[in-house]
Design a protein around this ligand. Sequence first.
Ligand code: NOJ
Length: 753
Amino acid sequence: MKKLIYSLFVLFFITSCQNSNLTEKEKFIDNLISQMTIAEKAGQMNQYNGFWDATGPMPEGDYQKKRYNELKNGQVGSMLNVIGVEEIRALQKIAVEETRLGIPLIFGHDVIHGYKTMFPIPLAESSSWDLELMQKSARIAATEASADGLNWTFAPMVDISRDARWGRVMEGAGEDPFLGSLIAKARVRGFQGEDLSEVNTIVACAKHFAGYGFSEAGRDYNTTDFNHYTLHNTIMPPFKAAVDAGVRTFMNSFNTLDEIPATGHKHIQRDILKGDWNFDGFIVSDWGSIDQMIPHGFASNGEHAAELAVIAGSDMDMESSLYVSKLVGLVESGKVNEELLDDAVRRILRVKYELGLFDDPYKYCDQDRSDSELGSEENMMVALDAAKKSIVLLKNDNGLLPLKKQNQKIAIIGQLANDKNSTLGNWRSQVEYNSAVSVVEGMKKYKGNKTIYQKGVDLYYGETNFHNRVKINFKDKSDFGKAKLAAATSDVVIMVLGEEGHQSGEGRSRTNIDLPGLQKELLKEIKKVNKNIVLVVMSGRPLDLTWEDVNIPAIVQAWQLGSKSGDAIAQVLYGDYNPSGKLTMSFPRNVGQVPVYYNFKNTGRPSTSIEQVTNSGYADVENSPLYSFGYGLSYTEFKYSDFEISSSTMTKDSKINASIRVTNTGNYKGEEVVQLYLRDIVGSIARPMKELKGFEKIELNPGESKIVNFEIENSLLEFYSYNNVWESEPGKFHVFIGTDSNVRDHKEFYLTN
Ligand code: NOJ
């Protein structure tokens, strides 16, 4: 390190006069780059997965030794999945003390919905529509991860997704670009904090750039097919929002778009992201995605793949080993201009500099912090709050919920009710196994009632983990009888059914999105003996709940809610928290309806009933989803009235105020997400039937009412038009304000020139 600092000091001195316009940061980086060999530059662009227990014996085996030598030779710039202060310190020491230039490593990990304190999976948390809360949970995740040595997370995933078959919907914020953009900003701000050089902040990563959420037929890693208006109007906004919020890294994606693998897509990476949007952080490839351009049929071999990726603007190679092995040759042969490497390295060093790694490469390696800051009670309380706010009440006939607190016999049925692991969600690698509060535990805290638990049926068997398929039970019904008996002798039955936490997530696409295994059969059997059923659905995606909607009186969507899951569910079921979540992704009537989303285009033959034959509808189900975007019930009722807009015309420079009175007409205090939608009636391209353009979450006591105001200004009317620019177009607009995206009542205004 001393060696490096001395030589840098000399270089600073010599060059500072020449570079007087550059900031200290850029001068430092330029000077460092000027000392680097091509191999060292390629090294900075190389990221390896943890390959060796650095606090244990020397690496064994050719592959590990090769990587170890590369690390010592300054040919590794970053590592992922190295966990814990001691491991990270040991590897950082090699980079800093044994390499020629002593450039520190940046350590990345998928800190997606918590680290030791687990928050709801992102799709669930987005249902809270509570941006402050999402920023806070990302802040806590960053505090915990940084206390454990990490300084970079591969989050947030800001992919818009409309297809519940795609397992990764759990990691995003649903189907809407407006809400998705606000959530992207909140999460980036949460992870990165005010100042990246603070020890409790980490670098965020907007992923997956771009279009990954549109994988055909919901099959993970599949190709995509969408037009460039969809790219700009639907897919790009959350990425742009992340840039506006100061995100320092991007990850590209596995899919092709416009038939070109995203990793080799020069237009989106260089022209849009680094060009139009002025992004000066760096882009990491997704795992092996440079190498995967070969099977895509886009690159003929590893050398070609590295060449295409670096030219397209992929700055860091996650686990393909192609930059480290091919870039030197590519530069020497003249196929790749060394300036491209300089640009990539400059971006990477910039982020390392901003983290303060050049001042203190071990700043995140503080065992005391790690011992004291992970999973604190305070953090757990935020996880509980987030879990409660993420729950969506889908149905509640005859006020079955909230449950009475005294003298009730309650049967709790379903393997997931007693599961302390599944609800920790998909990205749960650092959390203690079986550490979540189960539903059974949460419910037992209410002592006034008698609870009895019966599994009823195994949803899955064996161990579940990130790399294996969850083994679903399709055979063993031997516990049905005991569950039926418990249900028959109870006042109310709580059925906790759904997916295991590893049934959604990466590589977890499903063609059937019913309740998996024998769970539905069990539900039907239980219904024969007791109709007072509350179905608590734990899932990482919207499931097909059409049968349940018809047959079960109360349905609670409880996702995978993290560490405090069972407490949150119990508090909602007992009414100590009045549910306020609203869906951010439509629930289809059946899998044949996907992709289904609220902001669709009208078509030339819109359908209003299944009886219409030559209209754009189905013969068997309506076009509308079972539960729409923005939908979610409360134990209380909200009445909307006095809808007004301040003017029926506006110009690009003026504003219109839209207001509505919301009254709590029920018996419980409750929160409501009041939603503003706009429709642009005629455009240079066909426009969506409705687009969310604002919302406010309000809390009202019974009998209380509040006027909610929204300001409509030109920026809300803009879209990526036929002219290939963001602009508004004069004409007629409809304004809707309501409780969900089904709202029909509207006012009209004109945008004039
Ligand atoms: C592949 C996933 O697509 C990406 O989201 C994740 O960050 C990387 N693996 C690293 O684990």
